[in-house]
Design a protein around this ligand. Structure first.
Ligand code: SAM
Ligand code: DTB
Ligand code: SF4
Length: 329
Protein backbone atom coordinates (compact mmCIF):
# COMPACT_ATOMS: atom_id res chain seq x y z
CA UNK A 1 0.00 0.00 0.00
CA UNK A 2 1.32 3.46 -0.84
CA UNK A 3 2.32 5.77 2.00
CA UNK A 4 -0.01 8.72 2.55
CA UNK A 5 2.10 11.88 2.54
CA UNK A 6 1.05 15.16 4.12
CA UNK A 7 2.16 18.57 2.87
CA UNK A 8 3.79 19.14 6.25
CA UNK A 9 5.89 15.95 5.97
CA UNK A 10 7.07 16.89 2.49
CA UNK A 11 8.02 20.41 3.67
CA UNK A 12 9.98 18.86 6.51
CA UNK A 13 11.94 16.69 4.07
CA UNK A 14 12.87 19.77 2.01
CA UNK A 15 13.94 21.57 5.20
CA UNK A 16 16.33 18.85 6.37
CA UNK A 17 20.02 19.71 6.48
CA UNK A 18 21.28 18.95 2.95
CA UNK A 19 23.55 16.05 3.94
CA UNK A 20 20.83 14.50 6.11
CA UNK A 21 18.35 14.69 3.20
CA UNK A 22 20.86 13.15 0.81
CA UNK A 23 21.66 10.40 3.30
CA UNK A 24 17.97 9.53 3.73
CA UNK A 25 17.33 9.61 -0.02
CA UNK A 26 20.39 7.49 -0.75
CA UNK A 27 19.32 4.98 1.90
CA UNK A 28 15.87 4.64 0.29
CA UNK A 29 17.54 4.31 -3.12
CA UNK A 30 19.77 1.46 -1.88
CA UNK A 31 16.82 -0.36 -0.34
CA UNK A 32 15.02 -0.54 -3.68
CA UNK A 33 17.59 -0.26 -6.46
CA UNK A 34 20.91 -1.68 -7.52
CA UNK A 35 23.52 1.01 -6.88
CA UNK A 36 24.71 2.72 -10.07
CA UNK A 37 22.14 1.02 -12.31
CA UNK A 38 20.79 3.60 -14.75
CA UNK A 39 17.80 3.41 -17.11
CA UNK A 40 18.23 5.12 -20.51
CA UNK A 41 15.28 6.62 -22.39
CA UNK A 42 15.49 8.29 -25.81
CA UNK A 43 13.12 11.00 -26.96
CA UNK A 44 11.64 11.82 -30.34
CA UNK A 45 9.21 14.57 -31.24
CA UNK A 46 6.87 12.87 -33.70
CA UNK A 47 4.69 15.95 -34.41
CA UNK A 48 6.13 19.44 -34.10
CA UNK A 49 4.68 22.83 -33.21
CA UNK A 50 1.38 24.68 -33.74
CA UNK A 51 0.03 23.36 -30.44
CA UNK A 52 -3.19 25.13 -29.38
CA UNK A 53 -2.15 25.08 -25.69
CA UNK A 54 -0.35 28.07 -24.17
CA UNK A 55 2.14 26.36 -21.80
CA UNK A 56 4.48 29.24 -20.94
CA UNK A 57 7.61 27.07 -21.10
CA UNK A 58 7.02 25.37 -24.41
CA UNK A 59 8.74 26.05 -27.73
CA UNK A 60 5.91 24.25 -29.55
CA UNK A 61 2.98 26.35 -28.39
CA UNK A 62 1.28 28.12 -31.32
CA UNK A 63 0.80 31.14 -29.00
CA UNK A 64 4.48 32.16 -29.11
CA UNK A 65 7.02 32.95 -31.82
CA UNK A 66 9.91 30.64 -31.08
CA UNK A 67 11.17 30.23 -34.64
CA UNK A 68 10.55 26.48 -34.88
CA UNK A 69 9.47 24.72 -38.07
CA UNK A 70 6.07 23.04 -37.79
CA UNK A 71 5.97 19.41 -38.89
CA UNK A 72 3.12 16.96 -39.41
CA UNK A 73 3.01 13.55 -37.72
CA UNK A 74 6.11 11.67 -38.90
CA UNK A 75 5.83 8.48 -40.93
CA UNK A 76 6.01 5.11 -39.18
CA UNK A 77 9.16 4.26 -41.19
CA UNK A 78 10.99 7.42 -40.12
CA UNK A 79 10.03 6.89 -36.47
CA UNK A 80 11.20 3.27 -36.55
CA UNK A 81 14.50 4.35 -38.13
CA UNK A 82 15.06 6.83 -35.26
CA UNK A 83 14.14 4.19 -32.68
CA UNK A 84 16.66 1.76 -34.20
CA UNK A 85 19.38 4.39 -33.93
CA UNK A 86 18.44 5.06 -30.29
CA UNK A 87 18.54 1.31 -29.62
CA UNK A 88 21.98 1.01 -31.23
CA UNK A 89 23.21 3.74 -28.92
CA UNK A 90 21.90 1.80 -25.93
CA UNK A 91 18.43 3.14 -25.09
CA UNK A 92 15.89 0.59 -23.88
CA UNK A 93 12.87 2.91 -23.77
CA UNK A 94 11.67 5.04 -26.68
CA UNK A 95 9.57 8.08 -25.72
CA UNK A 96 7.57 9.86 -28.37
CA UNK A 97 6.04 13.31 -27.94
CA UNK A 98 3.45 15.13 -30.02
CA UNK A 99 2.49 18.80 -29.84
CA UNK A 100 -1.22 18.14 -29.42
CA UNK A 101 -3.85 19.19 -26.90
CA UNK A 102 -5.23 15.71 -27.55
CA UNK A 103 -4.57 13.21 -30.32
CA UNK A 104 -6.88 13.70 -33.34
CA UNK A 105 -9.05 10.60 -33.90
CA UNK A 106 -7.83 10.24 -37.50
CA UNK A 107 -4.26 9.63 -36.29
CA UNK A 108 -5.04 6.88 -33.77
CA UNK A 109 -4.59 3.96 -36.22
CA UNK A 110 -1.10 5.28 -37.06
CA UNK A 111 -0.27 5.72 -33.37
CA UNK A 112 -1.20 2.06 -32.84
CA UNK A 113 1.02 1.03 -35.74
CA UNK A 114 3.91 3.04 -34.26
CA UNK A 115 3.57 1.43 -30.82
CA UNK A 116 3.53 -2.06 -32.31
CA UNK A 117 6.52 -1.35 -34.55
CA UNK A 118 8.64 0.01 -31.68
CA UNK A 119 7.69 -2.87 -29.40
CA UNK A 120 8.72 -5.26 -32.16
CA UNK A 121 12.23 -3.77 -31.84
CA UNK A 122 12.27 -5.03 -28.24
CA UNK A 123 12.06 -1.52 -26.76
CA UNK A 124 9.73 -0.19 -24.09
CA UNK A 125 7.34 2.43 -25.44
CA UNK A 126 6.28 5.73 -23.91
CA UNK A 127 4.05 8.33 -25.53
CA UNK A 128 3.00 11.84 -24.60
CA UNK A 129 0.15 13.03 -26.78
CA UNK A 130 -1.86 15.31 -24.50
CA UNK A 131 -5.31 14.61 -23.04
CA UNK A 132 -6.97 11.29 -23.81
CA UNK A 133 -10.57 10.11 -24.07
CA UNK A 134 -11.64 6.78 -22.50
CA UNK A 135 -11.65 5.20 -25.93
CA UNK A 136 -8.15 6.45 -26.76
CA UNK A 137 -6.75 5.12 -23.49
CA UNK A 138 -8.20 1.69 -24.32
CA UNK A 139 -6.75 1.86 -27.84
CA UNK A 140 -3.27 2.64 -26.47
CA UNK A 141 -3.55 -0.12 -23.90
CA UNK A 142 -4.63 -2.66 -26.53
CA UNK A 143 -1.70 -1.62 -28.71
CA UNK A 144 0.62 -2.51 -25.81
CA UNK A 145 1.85 0.98 -24.80
CA UNK A 146 4.03 0.61 -21.70
CA UNK A 147 4.09 4.20 -20.32
CA UNK A 148 2.05 7.34 -20.87
CA UNK A 149 3.81 10.62 -20.04
CA UNK A 150 1.53 13.37 -18.81
CA UNK A 151 3.15 15.84 -16.43
CA UNK A 152 1.50 17.81 -13.64
CA UNK A 153 4.52 20.10 -14.01
CA UNK A 154 3.98 22.24 -10.87
CA UNK A 155 1.55 23.03 -8.02
CA UNK A 156 -2.17 23.61 -8.78
CA UNK A 157 -1.79 27.27 -7.76
CA UNK A 158 1.27 28.02 -9.88
CA UNK A 159 -0.14 26.03 -12.82
CA UNK A 160 -2.70 28.81 -13.38
CA UNK A 161 0.16 31.26 -14.06
CA UNK A 162 1.77 28.89 -16.59
CA UNK A 163 -1.15 27.48 -18.60
CA UNK A 164 -4.59 29.00 -19.21
CA UNK A 165 -5.92 26.65 -21.89
CA UNK A 166 -6.49 23.60 -19.66
CA UNK A 167 -6.97 22.87 -15.99
CA UNK A 168 -4.98 20.86 -13.49
CA UNK A 169 -8.02 18.64 -12.97
CA UNK A 170 -8.10 17.78 -16.67
CA UNK A 171 -4.49 16.61 -16.30
CA UNK A 172 -5.39 14.44 -13.29
CA UNK A 173 -8.38 13.08 -15.17
CA UNK A 174 -6.21 11.77 -18.04
CA UNK A 175 -3.71 10.30 -15.58
CA UNK A 176 -6.51 8.54 -13.70
CA UNK A 177 -7.78 6.99 -16.93
CA UNK A 178 -4.27 5.90 -17.93
CA UNK A 179 -3.75 4.22 -14.56
CA UNK A 180 -7.17 2.54 -14.58
CA UNK A 181 -6.40 1.03 -18.00
CA UNK A 182 -3.19 -0.51 -16.65
CA UNK A 183 -0.76 1.71 -18.61
CA UNK A 184 2.15 2.80 -16.42
CA UNK A 185 2.15 6.51 -15.53
CA UNK A 186 5.14 8.68 -16.32
CA UNK A 187 4.41 11.91 -14.51
CA UNK A 188 6.68 14.67 -13.29
CA UNK A 189 7.33 18.36 -13.58
CA UNK A 190 9.53 21.32 -14.40
CA UNK A 191 11.62 23.07 -11.75
CA UNK A 192 12.76 26.66 -12.22
CA UNK A 193 9.71 28.34 -13.71
CA UNK A 194 9.72 30.91 -10.88
CA UNK A 195 7.77 28.70 -8.49
CA UNK A 196 8.44 28.73 -4.76
CA UNK A 197 9.56 25.83 -2.61
CA UNK A 198 5.97 25.59 -1.38
CA UNK A 199 4.90 25.07 -4.98
CA UNK A 200 7.43 22.25 -5.32
CA UNK A 201 6.07 20.72 -2.10
CA UNK A 202 2.48 20.99 -3.38
CA UNK A 203 3.52 19.54 -6.75
CA UNK A 204 5.08 16.46 -5.14
CA UNK A 205 2.04 16.14 -2.86
CA UNK A 206 -0.20 16.04 -5.95
CA UNK A 207 2.00 13.39 -7.58
CA UNK A 208 1.77 11.28 -4.42
CA UNK A 209 -2.02 11.73 -4.35
CA UNK A 210 -2.58 10.15 -7.79
CA UNK A 211 -4.49 6.84 -7.67
CA UNK A 212 -1.13 5.10 -7.71
CA UNK A 213 2.44 6.38 -7.42
CA UNK A 214 3.71 7.16 -10.94
CA UNK A 215 6.10 4.43 -12.02
CA UNK A 216 8.29 7.02 -13.74
CA UNK A 217 8.91 10.56 -12.41
CA UNK A 218 10.72 12.93 -14.80
CA UNK A 219 12.19 15.96 -13.03
CA UNK A 220 12.96 18.62 -15.64
CA UNK A 221 14.92 21.82 -15.12
CA UNK A 222 13.39 24.55 -17.27
CA UNK A 223 15.18 25.04 -20.58
CA UNK A 224 14.35 28.72 -21.18
CA UNK A 225 13.11 29.22 -24.74
CA UNK A 226 13.40 32.58 -26.50
CA UNK A 227 9.98 33.88 -27.46
CA UNK A 228 8.13 32.17 -24.58
CA UNK A 229 6.93 34.03 -21.47
CA UNK A 230 9.55 32.12 -19.44
CA UNK A 231 12.51 33.06 -21.66
CA UNK A 232 14.15 35.04 -18.84
CA UNK A 233 13.11 32.92 -15.85
CA UNK A 234 15.99 32.83 -13.34
CA UNK A 235 17.59 29.39 -13.11
CA UNK A 236 16.63 27.31 -10.07
CA UNK A 237 19.46 27.03 -7.56
CA UNK A 238 21.48 23.83 -8.06
CA UNK A 239 21.21 22.70 -4.43
CA UNK A 240 17.44 23.27 -4.40
CA UNK A 241 17.15 21.17 -7.57
CA UNK A 242 19.16 18.34 -5.98
CA UNK A 243 16.94 18.57 -2.89
CA UNK A 244 13.90 18.09 -5.14
CA UNK A 245 15.41 14.94 -6.65
CA UNK A 246 16.15 13.64 -3.14
CA UNK A 247 12.63 14.30 -1.86
CA UNK A 248 11.17 12.65 -4.97
CA UNK A 249 13.32 9.57 -4.35
CA UNK A 250 12.12 9.29 -0.75
CA UNK A 251 8.47 9.73 -1.74
CA UNK A 252 8.57 7.40 -4.78
CA UNK A 253 10.91 4.69 -3.53
CA UNK A 254 10.45 2.14 -6.31
CA UNK A 255 9.84 4.52 -9.24
CA UNK A 256 12.26 5.63 -11.89
CA UNK A 257 13.24 9.18 -10.93
CA UNK A 258 14.51 10.67 -14.17
CA UNK A 259 16.99 13.52 -14.41
CA UNK A 260 15.30 15.00 -17.48
CA UNK A 261 15.47 18.29 -19.42
CA UNK A 262 18.14 20.79 -18.46
CA UNK A 263 21.14 18.46 -18.06
CA UNK A 264 23.12 20.69 -20.45
CA UNK A 265 23.33 23.24 -17.65
CA UNK A 266 24.44 20.69 -15.05
CA UNK A 267 28.09 20.03 -14.23
CA UNK A 268 29.50 16.54 -13.78
CA UNK A 269 29.50 17.18 -10.03
CA UNK A 270 25.82 18.13 -10.08
CA UNK A 271 24.98 14.97 -12.02
CA UNK A 272 26.94 12.99 -9.42
CA UNK A 273 24.92 14.47 -6.56
CA UNK A 274 21.62 13.87 -8.40
CA UNK A 275 22.57 10.21 -8.87
CA UNK A 276 23.61 9.94 -5.23
CA UNK A 277 20.24 11.46 -4.27
CA UNK A 278 18.55 8.65 -6.16
CA UNK A 279 18.02 9.67 -9.79
CA UNK A 280 18.20 6.38 -11.70
CA UNK A 281 17.18 7.33 -15.22
CA UNK A 282 18.20 9.91 -17.83
CA UNK A 283 17.30 10.97 -21.34
CA UNK A 284 19.96 9.55 -23.62
CA UNK A 285 20.87 11.01 -27.01
CA UNK A 286 21.85 14.47 -28.17
CA UNK A 287 18.30 15.83 -28.55
CA UNK A 288 15.31 16.09 -26.23
CA UNK A 289 12.17 17.13 -28.13
CA UNK A 290 13.25 20.50 -29.57
CA UNK A 291 16.31 21.33 -27.50
CA UNK A 292 19.75 19.86 -26.93
CA UNK A 293 20.71 17.13 -24.49
CA UNK A 294 24.36 16.24 -23.68
CA UNK A 295 26.16 14.28 -26.42
CA UNK A 296 26.41 10.52 -25.86
CA UNK A 297 30.19 10.78 -25.90
CA UNK A 298 30.15 13.19 -22.97
CA UNK A 299 27.58 11.12 -21.09
CA UNK A 300 29.67 7.98 -21.60
CA UNK A 301 32.72 9.69 -20.12
CA UNK A 302 30.67 10.94 -17.18
CA UNK A 303 29.07 7.56 -16.46
CA UNK A 304 32.49 5.90 -16.64
CA UNK A 305 33.97 8.43 -14.24
CA UNK A 306 31.11 7.82 -11.81
CA UNK A 307 31.20 4.00 -12.26
CA UNK A 308 27.53 4.07 -13.21
CA UNK A 309 26.07 1.01 -14.79
CA UNK A 310 23.67 1.92 -17.63
CA UNK A 311 21.21 -0.80 -18.59
CA UNK A 312 21.97 -1.14 -22.29
CA UNK A 313 19.95 -2.59 -25.15
CA UNK A 314 21.27 -5.97 -26.27
CA UNK A 315 22.34 -4.38 -29.59
CA UNK A 316 24.52 -1.83 -27.79
CA UNK A 317 26.01 -4.53 -25.53
CA UNK A 318 26.95 -6.57 -28.59
CA UNK A 319 28.55 -3.55 -30.26
CA UNK A 320 30.48 -2.83 -27.11
CA UNK A 321 31.71 -6.43 -26.90
CA UNK A 322 32.83 -6.32 -30.56
CA UNK A 323 34.58 -3.00 -29.94
CA UNK A 324 36.34 -4.40 -26.85
CA UNK A 325 37.50 -7.53 -28.69
CA UNK A 326 38.91 -5.42 -31.57
CA UNK A 327 40.70 -3.13 -29.13
CA UNK A 328 41.99 -6.15 -27.19
CA UNK A 329 43.21 -8.09 -30.26
N1 SAM B 1 1.74 17.98 -25.60
C1 SAM B 1 1.95 16.99 -24.64
C2 SAM B 1 1.77 17.48 -23.24
O1 SAM B 1 2.07 18.63 -22.96
O2 SAM B 1 1.37 16.68 -22.41
C3 SAM B 1 3.31 16.32 -24.75
C4 SAM B 1 4.57 17.08 -25.07
S1 SAM B 1 5.15 18.20 -23.83
C5 SAM B 1 6.44 18.99 -24.71
C6 SAM B 1 5.88 17.19 -22.57
C7 SAM B 1 6.54 17.84 -21.39
O3 SAM B 1 7.77 18.43 -21.76
C8 SAM B 1 5.84 18.97 -20.66
O4 SAM B 1 4.85 18.54 -19.78
C9 SAM B 1 6.98 19.60 -19.88
O5 SAM B 1 7.14 18.99 -18.62
C10 SAM B 1 8.21 19.29 -20.73
N2 SAM B 1 8.77 20.51 -21.31
C11 SAM B 1 8.32 21.19 -22.37
N3 SAM B 1 9.06 22.28 -22.62
C12 SAM B 1 10.03 22.31 -21.67
C13 SAM B 1 11.10 23.20 -21.39
N4 SAM B 1 11.31 24.29 -22.11
N5 SAM B 1 11.91 22.93 -20.34
C14 SAM B 1 11.70 21.82 -19.60
N6 SAM B 1 10.70 20.94 -19.82
C15 SAM B 1 9.87 21.18 -20.83
C1 DTB C 1 9.43 15.10 -19.79
O1 DTB C 1 9.08 15.24 -18.59
N1 DTB C 1 10.47 15.72 -20.33
C2 DTB C 1 10.56 15.39 -21.74
C3 DTB C 1 9.46 14.31 -21.92
N2 DTB C 1 8.81 14.30 -20.65
C4 DTB C 1 8.51 14.40 -23.02
C5 DTB C 1 10.47 16.58 -22.63
C6 DTB C 1 11.50 17.66 -22.30
C7 DTB C 1 11.36 18.76 -23.29
C8 DTB C 1 12.41 19.82 -23.13
C9 DTB C 1 12.26 20.92 -24.11
C10 DTB C 1 12.31 20.49 -25.53
O2 DTB C 1 13.32 19.89 -25.96
O3 DTB C 1 11.36 20.75 -26.26
FE1 SF4 D 1 3.90 22.21 -25.51
FE2 SF4 D 1 2.53 20.01 -24.75
FE3 SF4 D 1 1.84 22.46 -23.87
FE4 SF4 D 1 1.43 21.78 -26.39
S1 SF4 D 1 0.47 20.86 -24.60
S2 SF4 D 1 2.24 23.72 -25.66
S3 SF4 D 1 3.25 20.53 -26.80
S4 SF4 D 1 3.76 21.34 -23.44
Amino acid sequence: MKQKWTVEQISQLFALPFNELLFQAHTVYRQHHEVGKLQLSSLLNIKTGACPEDCAYCPQSGHYSTGIEKEKLMSVEDIVAKAKLAREKGATRFCMGAAWRNPPAKHMPKIVEIIKAIKALGMETCMTLGMLSDEQVDTLQDAGLDYYNHNLDTSPEFYKKIISTRTYDERIDTLTKVDAAGIKMCCGGIMGMGESRDDRVQFLYQLASLPQLPQSVPINRLVPIKGTPLEAAPQIDNIEFIRTIAVARIMFPTSYVRLSAGRETMSDEMHALCFFAGANSIFWGDKLLMTKNPENEHDWQLLNKLDMNPVLSSQAKQQQAEHNSTVGS
